[in-house]
Ligand binder design. Structure first.
Ligand code: GRF
Length: 191
């Protein structure tokens, strides 16, 4: 059976991108492209080392958010994704994109707590006893779409921001690929 296509959006380090490629590419799905808004994103090389096509759409080269989003949507659609995966894509998207793609996002907190770009620090510094992560459907509301899956852990007495961040990353690397596989399998069984 032909693999389903996924397109991954990322902005920086690309550890989730690399993890998905290593675990799923050409096994559970085909990573048709990795798209970044940052020309210097470290993830670019990681994807290319695995022969995954990288598209760079530098948001600074566009006059407006709408112009960037139009180009992003067109580029995503060129790759016919069954699912778009936002893995550390640090750019707020307008409804032009969010209403026209089927996408999930990984977020480093137990949503609806700590939406936005500073979730790890806010969650670490909060009085919440647990940290955690969420995978959710992307909607027009930032980090506000329906939650698909979450994982949590207890904060330890001697927890540092560094140890907290490592736990989050480890959970992300488990839950995001698992969730992608579940969605694609569910799609296949309902077709
Ligand atoms: C992850 O913690 C993700 O939840 C957040 O950005 C980080 C991306 O890390 N949105 P990486 O680029 O995948 O290493």
């Amino acid at each position: 059976m032909k693999h389903k296509n996924i397109v991954i959006l990322f902005s920086g380090e690309g550890s989730n991108l690399l993890n998905i490629i290593e675990k799923l590419h050409q096994k559970e799905c085909h990573v048709a492209a990795a798209i970044t808004n940052r020309p210097l994103a470290k993830g670019i090389e990681k994807a290319q080392q695995h022969q995954v096509k990288v598209e760079v759409i530098d948001h600074k080269a566009y006059d407006s958010r709408d112009a960037f989003d139009a180009q992003l949507l067109e580029t995503i659609n060129c790759h016919n994704p069954d699912l778009v995966v936002m893995a550390g894509f640090m750019r707020i998207l307008t409804p032009l994109v969010t209403n026209n793609i089927r996408a999930i996002n990984i977020h480093p907190s137990l949503l609806p707590l700590f939406k936005g770009g500073n979730a790890i620090v806010e969650s670490f510094e909060s009085s919440e006893e647990q940290g955690g992560i969420s995978v959710h459907w992307v909607s027009s509301e930032l980090d506000g779409g329906e939650v698909i899956a979450q994982r949590a852990f207890e904060k330890e007495a001697n927890e540092t921001l560094e140890s907290f961040t490592i736990k989050i990353q480890k959970l992300e690397h488990e839950l995001l690929p698992e969730t992608i596989v579940k969605i694609l399998k569910r799609d296949a069984s309902s077709q």
